[in-house]
Write a protein that binds this ligand. Structure first.
Ligand SMILES: C[C@H](N)C(=O)N[C@@H](Cc1c[nH]cn1)C(=O)O
Length: 481
């Protein structure tokens, strides 16, 4: 028979919440590696391609699976309806619900909100994948699968970070909220409306927003302080009422495809100069300080060329390459379907998507007019996502630097991202909260490409980084009660 004091002390032992212990958390994370890989396998198996309307049921399933995982951990979870999407043919389609969740509501603590996405880019084995993109495949410690790095493993790593605290009965150093969406890859449709609607409710007590939807520049861990924006356009040339035989009609008909190629060729010169008037003039000048920052970053232009299999880039020296990846705009032509071309302009501070829309539309119409073609041109901007920039001296970044130092025993690279996180600027403008981008993806993860992967190393050490960062954030002086 147990005596009363013994029973009481057992109860006390089991209910006492422990304080942060990095070694225990790290050990816990290491010993759960296989479970984490299996969780990623389950998520990668869901074809949550947000661009393919036929995959919308899978995307809904993905959002439900995310919500379910957070519910099982005891979070206060909601699946927020963000309405419908209008398709080019005028039909409407339900947008995937946004998952919001909350762990802890202690007003003495800071509250962070982790943003991520669980939709993916399209992928087919026949695109040149070495493995089935939706069957996570481990080759030499690299986990290959669509969405593995962008952004399923980082989202899971954040979930596992909270789970590790719970499993070890350790107090969460900060309250943690999650906002996980399913439309990032197509411009985060509907999410801005949700952020505006919940600014004074869900977001009111959030102090900091954390985004881990980007990658390191090299093998060295990094913190990201800027992203480019994206203006994504379609240009359609309408001509004869039906397809025409090139032998029977060629030579007399003014062909829409020739017009289309002609106007596309007017966007950018072979040496990379954007030819749309007004765009280059809007770009914030490169300061001496920034130039110096780029010089100090370890980045090997030759290895970069090797990685992507090219002999020559637009620029040869490191600073030019980094600057043109991160802080100068560029035009990319993505493809032509029928006589509709898709192209994008990645834009940077101080460009504005609405201004870019007008500049591009006016310019293409003027180029088209000079052709004196009887065909009709229609230019549409389908995505207008703004660029984002942060202050690397902010206490949030100091906390990030300290966390990287504790886990990896090195200072992070401070980098920018050439890609776009469409919602970052909205978070900043609408909620007024500070944002940090803390990537865990590797420099060679192949985002949006064939053979996307996440290494076990980055996944597991990244989870350790996240548990540590929460502790570092808790040390930031609270300015308001
Ligand atoms: C950086 C992030 N992982 C990413 O790949 N984002 C996409 C988002 C996007 C841009 N326009 C529409 N969606 C990207 O940069 O292409």
């Amino acid at each position: 028979q147990m005596t009363f004091p013994l029973v009481l002390s057992i109860l006390l032992v089991t209910t006492t919440v422990r304080a942060f212990q990095y070694t225990d958390l790290a050990q816990y994370i290491d010993s759960h590696e296989e479970e984490y890989v299996e969780a990623l396998r389950d998520w990668v198996a869901i074809e949550s391609d947000s661009a393919n309307v036929l995959k919308r049921p899978d995307l809904h399933r993905m959002m439900e699976a995310t919500a379910q995982k957070l519910r099982q951990m005891g979070g206060a979870v909601e699946l927020v309806d963000i309405g419908e999407q209008e398709l080019p043919d005028g039909q409407t389609l339900a947008l995937p619900k946004v998952v919001s969740a909350q762990f802890g509501n202690d007003t003495r603590k800071h509250t962070v909100c982790v943003y991520g996405h669980v939709d993916v880019q399209p992928a087919k084995k026949e695109d040149g994948w070495a493995t089935d993109p939706y069957n996570l495949t481990d080759i030499n410690g690299n986990l290959y699968g669509r969405g593995a790095s962008d952004n399923k493993a980082p989202v899971l790593a954040w979930i596992h970070a909270v789970e590790a605290y719970q499993a070890l009965n350790m107090e969460l150093p900060v309250n943690v909220k999650f906002v996980i969406e399913g439309m990032e890859e197509t411009g985060s449709n509907g999410l801005d409306v949700m952020i505006v609607a919940q600014r004074d409710t869900f977001f009111s007590d959030v102090d900091y927003i954390i985004i881990s939807d980007c990658g390191w520049l090299s093998r060295r861990p990094a913190l990201t302080y800027g992203t480019r924006g994206n203006c994504y356009f379609t240009a359609e040339v309408q001509g004869p009422k039906q397809d025409l035989h090139s032998g029977v009609y060629g030579g007399v008909v003014i062909e829409p495809m020739t017009d289309l190629i002609g106007i596309l060729d007017s966007l950018i010169s072979p040496s990379g100069t954007i030819l749309v008037p007004g765009i280059r003039e809007a770009v914030a000048p490169l300061s001496d300080e920034e130039w110096k920052m780029y010089q100090d970053i370890q980045f090997d232009v030759d290895s970069y060329k090797n990685k992507i299999g090219v002999d020559q880039l637009m620029y040869n020296n490191k600073v030019d390459v980094l600057a043109h990846l991160w802080r100068y705009p560029t035009v990319s032509i993505h493809g032509i379907e029928g006589v509709t071309a898709k192209f994008s302009i990645r834009q940077v501070p101080n460009m504005d998507p609405q201004v870019v829309k007008n500049q591009v539309t006016d310019y293409l119409h003027s180029v088209f007019a000079k052709r004196k073609s009887p065909n009709k041109l229609k230019v549409t901007m389908v995505i207008g996502a703004k660029p984002w920039l942060a202050d690397t001296e902010h206490p949030l970044y100091e906390a990030g630097k300290a966390a990287v130092k504790r886990v990896f025993d090195t200072d992070p690279d401070l980098i920018r991202e050439g890609g776009t996180i469409p919602i970052a600027k909205t978070f900043q403008d609408v909620t007024g909260k500070d944002i940090i981008m803390m990537p865990i993806g590797g420099f060679d993860d192949g985002l949006h490409s064939q053979n996307e992967k996440m290494s076990r190393y980055n996944y597991i050490e990244g989870t350790k980084l996240f548990v540590t960062f929460l502790d570092e954030v808790s040390k930031i002086k609270k300015t308001s009660v």
